[in-house]
Ligand binder design. Sequence first.
Ligand code: RFL
Ligand code: PHB
Length: 389
Amino acid sequence: MKTQVAIIGGGPSGLLLSQLLNRAGVATVILERSSRDHVLSRIRAGVLEAGTVALLREAGVGARMDREGLPHDGCFVSDDDLMIRIDFKALTGSTVTVYGQTEVTTDLYAAQDAMGTTILHEVSDVVIHDADSNAPFVTFTHDGAPARLDCAYVAGCDGFHGVSRKTIPADKRQEFEKVYPFGWLGVLSRTPPANDELIYANSANGFALASMRNAALSRYYVQVPLTDRVEDWSDERFWAKLQSCLPSDVAGTMVTGPSIEKSIAPLRSFVNEPLRWGRLFLVGDAAHIVPPTGAKGLNLAASDVFYLYHGLVDALTKGDATGIDAYSARALARIWKAMRFSWQMTMMLHRFDGEDAYAAQMRKATLLHLSQSETARRDLAENYIGLPY
Ligand code: RFL
Ligand code: PHB
């Protein structure tokens, strides 16, 4: 097989890149390790920056998002019973959209099907060859048979555990990592959201987040030790923990019900530099991971795609390599700012086991300042709605 851009991974990064490239006349083949159902069953991000929304519209997949997505003008940050409203609209003029990653992925698959692009599912043994030459190729197994895909460029969109990053020799890249000593236990439930807007809660009992997917579907998280397993958390235990972390007014009126999904994700900050080796480019979680506290993971994947898509179109249709040459530095500048914000939000809102009394006072003082300073709220809002591309 032959194509212009081989895309490893059919998650949001790979699908969005493929969608934009094909619309610009560039041919792609996506190689995805899992089944389509598996990709669509992963409950992950929920908040889209305005830039991500604009890019999805540009990709021709904005119609359902515009109908069903929930525009949010603000969110709340709380400290026990202190509720601090962050008014995105008033502070920045912009808003975010609540629309689940599962829905984004569903819309992208439908659009790719309509265009008739090639997506191979359940491929294994993916190996990227000669990425530092002018003739890279990818070998893999599909339907039990070995296969080869020749291409001009390879986009590594295969997430944190994929093969793309590891294809770059260790002496040609650097990893930066911070692992946090807790995870988030997430629950999806068919109940009305506890509040009209998201609440990021700090409390003596730890962190919690009240989010949503729509008027009848809630998404909640609480911080848990890394050693906990999903089986340790009955629904009853989860709701009690959540309610102990949320402001008492909200906890007292919220509706609980059976969970329909429950999972634990560890929190990590990770960046691989650079994002390019020869004709191989890293995109999204393959290159970087943020703790979900700033809602940046999926949005960073979108800004990476934005830079790379323009660069590849210029390289392949105009013979202009300026964009692909600048890709790594441009994307990393934005990535590091989102890393900083996600880290700051994580430190402001989580209790660290074994921390001293001073650390808890620092969080309280930071949150009190946030409640009293419009400048502090504007800074949070600017970062949350998404820094410019
Ligand atoms: P993905 O979504 O991980 O997709 C990568 C795809 O590559 C495939 N793959 C391979 N394919 C072929 N060959 C191989 N060797 C392969 N290895 C892997 C995988 O099957 C998969 O389909 O990365 P992508 O596309 O860059 O998208 C990034 C986002 O998914 C990610 O940033 C966010 O979901 C992060 N994230 C969250 N972000 C938020 O903003 N809010 C959240 O609440 C939130 N929750 C989460 C998350 C990420 C999680 N992970 C990765 C553990 C919860 C979890 C559990
Ligand atoms: C979600 O709804 O899943 C969600 C929202 C905001 C975050 C993280 C996750 O910061």
